[in-house]
Design a protein around this ligand. Structure first.
Ligand SMILES: Nc1ncnc2c1ncn2[C@@H]1O[C@H](COP(=O)(O)OP(=O)(O)OP(=O)(O)O)[C@@H](O)[C@H]1O
Length: 310
């Protein structure tokens, strides 16, 4: 797939403190790439360097064959972490103003704006002034502003925050739809369930450095695939002695047994001892949420390894 954005060796310091270091990834046409990491990891700093809001100390950002200084900004859409629209401007005028800033034909912009306002449940709000909107509604308007000019690359910093579950679904579907039509999307989010549902690949930063980079399937395969949850009173040492066990976590009567990558689940189930107390048992895939916590807290619960492709 065609590479739209490539980030190479990006590094940035503030007051001699290295915030991000040697960041490398790309975003391809029609894919949703998630950029993840705990608070303060360096995600927004990376995005701001891509957007030319700040300049990197090291490395480069390329959009197709354009180098940093030459990137045609009207080909990029950006929903920043800090939300902000002019308060005393009417919704439709606000969107058209943003389209004009990107040199997008106004007639087309108007048709698109009305289409998206209806799609996002804001039909009839065209003439309402921005200050009269709720926080979530304002976010929807800003989102429309970021895509009004049909950008080839869309960068979304925390698009789901502050949205109710229904609106999150609408946003999620819209983001997927844009990608299916060819938009390259870089998405930063702390909502792992959402990320898991939409992203094709992911990049995780921890303490300013890459710790995970790959497709969702690759990441899951690298981190032990399965966990077995058993409800029943059991001695932890009995569970720890089983084969293919990376680690056991016990809370009251519930034990979570994290299995190693090479486990064959039916065989593993067959070797469970007869004296195991099983009131309930389930086998599940490790979630992205668990992988995130594992990496971000250096726990190595799900896998002895700390990184994928690092
Ligand atoms: N302008 C600045 N001057 C000094 N330090 C900064 C500046 N901007 C960011 N930082 C620091 O850089 C680090 C990374 O911040 P950044 O906003 O990139 O993190 P993030 O991964 O986006 O976090 P969050 O999930 O909380 O939004 C933090 O320690 C932050 O304090």
């Amino acid at each position: 797939m065609e590479t739209v954005l490539s980030v190479e060796g990006l590094g940035k310091s503030f007051k001699q403190i290295q915030i991000i270091q040697n960041i490398n990834f790309d975003v391809r046409k029609g894919e949703i790439m998630a950029i993840l990491g705990p608070n303060g990891a360096g995600k927004s700093t990376t995005i701001r360097n891509i957007m030319g809001i700040m300049y990197p100390d090291e490395g480069s950002v390329n959009f197709h064959n354009y180098a940093s200084g030459e990137i045609p900004r009207n080909k990029i859409g950006y929903l920043p972490e800090e939300r902000g629209l002019y308060k005393n401007v009417k919704v439709l005028d606000m969107i058209l103003y943003l389209a004009e800033l990107k040199d997008y034909p106004i007639k087309k912009a108007k048709a698109r704006a009305l289409e998206y306002l209806a799609k996002l449940g804001l039909e009839g709000k065209e003439k309402v002034s921005v200050e009269e909107l709720s926080k979530g509604m304002g976010q929807k308007v800003q989102f429309i502003g970021s895509i009004i000019h049909e950008p080839e690359l869309l960068i979304l910093d925390e698009p789901f925050s502050g949205l109710d579950p229904v609106s999150q679904e609408v946003f999620k579907n819209e983001i997927k739809d844009l990608a299916s039509k060819g938009t390259a999307i870089l998405l930063s989010s702390h909502q792992m369930n959402m990320v898991e549902e939409v992203c094709d690949r992911l990049f995780m930063i921890h303490r300013g450095q890459k710790v995970i980079y790959g497709t969702l399937a690759e990441v899951k395969n690298q981190y032990s695939n399965f966990k077995c949850t058993i409800r029943g009173k059991n001695d932890i040492s009995l569970l720890e002695r089983l084969s293919h066990v990376n680690r056991v976590e016990q809370k009251g009567d519930v034990s979570v047994v994290y299995l190693s990558q090479d486990v064959v689940v039916p065989l593993w189930l067959r070797q469970l001892p007869e004296n195991l107390n099983i009131q309930e048992l389930s086998i599940d895939r490790i979630s992205l949420h668990e992988i995130f916590i594992d990496v971000a807290t250096d726990q190595h619960i799900v896998n002895e390894r700390s990184a994928v492709n690092a």
